[in-house]
Write a protein that binds this ligand. Sequence first.
Ligand SMILES: [Zn+2]
Length: 201
Amino acid sequence: MGVYPPTLENLIRHLAKLPGIGQKSATRVALYILEHPKELAEQLSRSLLEVKEKIRFCSVCFNFTDDDPCSICRDESRANGVICIVEGPGDQLAIEESGVFKGKYHVLHGVLSPLDGVGPEDLKISELLARLERESICEAIMAINPTTEGEATVSFLSKLLSDRGMTLSRIALGIPMGGDVKYMDAMTLRHALQSRTCIRP
Ligand SMILES: [Zn+2]
């Protein structure tokens, strides 16, 4: 038998299933909800249901949206012929929050991972090809994570998109801001040197 009443144990068990939330955090969140006015629990449960009911994929870029097409796909000022291909909605959000990219996006919803049974047909790749037929795209930037699967995905897409008359690029790999060259692993240093940028031609 648990320390807490079964109803509270049940909430902790469900919260602990969420990513990044262990048993301790789940207990803290559950106790916080329990100790605060009922309105908090009502607002939370309403928001949880609302995201499931209202949020869906944009039929163009496959990002999460409550309007289809999403506001970025509808924004004509962003139709500059540059498309940024990302792994998941979280990656798109991070780039968007940085405010440095003013083109459009395409969310793959994963990366190729044959060992996990994830092939091209499981990602939004055919949708990307269909999109390239419809839209005038002059550059595709791949902002895909530098994991083994990510590298395989970049390589696959590079071959697939190579003869489409557009520039293919990927975001630079290397030393993060605030990083220190002497503490970087060999792979990071290799990528950093390969992705070097010219500051004086
Ligand atoms: Zn969209």
